[in-house]
Ligand binder design. Sequence first.
Ligand code: GAL
Length: 368
Amino acid sequence: MRRIAISVAASTMTLSLAGCGVLNATGDGASASPTKGNDITVGLLLPEKANTRYDKFDYPIIKNKVAELTGKQGKVEYLNANADAARQSGQMQKMIDDKVDVILVDAVDSHAIAGEVKKAKDAGIPVIAYDRLAEGPIDAYISFDNELVGEVQARSLLGALGSKAGLSDKIVMMNGSPTDPNAKQFKQGALSELTGHVTIAKSYDTTDWKPENAQANMAQAIAAIGKDNIAGVLAANDGMAGAVIKALKAYGVTTLPPITGQDAELDAVQRVLIGEQFMSVYKSYPEEAEAAAEMAVTKVQGKDIQFDALTQDKASSPTTKDIPSRLVQPVALTKKNIKDTVIADGIYTVGDICTPKYKAACEAAGLK
Ligand code: GAL
């Protein structure tokens, strides 16, 4: 994984060529026999709805980018599995039956989907793993540097605890779903920073990333450790951070310990603003989703040179080695950089964030 992170800089440079029109060039001889024109269908399978990123950002960004790259002729067929792996397998079968030209799949269960990935390949449909590394014979993978996500969360948490942090500080770890390979990497990254510096008093893997499961686990942790003895919580995403806060409040905790998150969900950004949640991790959805659309379109159109330029990194899954990949860098989101991240990228407007309840905090943070 570390080697992958290092090569990201090189691929970022390559991608910037897209901005100069290189990737959009037509008739450039990039492939001897382009397989398809602009009239293409991209199948998009996303994993869940509890987290708003998928419906609100990933899908519309991919749809618009596919339209832009194909002179508005290309379509996206989108299905969401609602955290149900069996349903997602059925959805992938439907896309194979519909003979879509390429599939982008963000797996609910990266192992369980492998059979469908193989079926799609056998039917001649290329498959690109989106955000989570699906097992099986995939053609490419686009995601973030997920180990770095965990490192960034843990470093922020240690920073919030200050220079006096030590092994007497008890931390709760609220990790993601065991069926999501990203969750494992977030955890590994976080542990590489926390181990030896604080005590991890309780650690949970959260079934289906569901906030209600995280809330029940947090109630258990509070009962075991004591409500006043929790120095901080490493929550792997914002949905679970919200659930952790609910559990702490239900136990009467008024001064919340530092709590991390991920995804820059709107309510999490607002919590960060008022200091209820210490940080989130902002992952540029446009960067990931637009690159995914470019990978899908160039793959179908047989533009091999452009496709290779987009996938300069390498990743390996339990079934497949050296998958052409592209990994985008995440950044810590705190009160200080809300303007330079989610607002600068057009994810939210100041108006979205600064509703009446948050007006004073917005002014204090210079958000106007
Ligand atoms: C991860 C993804 C995160 C978050 C989480 C919960 O795989 O990388 O951004 O969305 O799933 O769905």
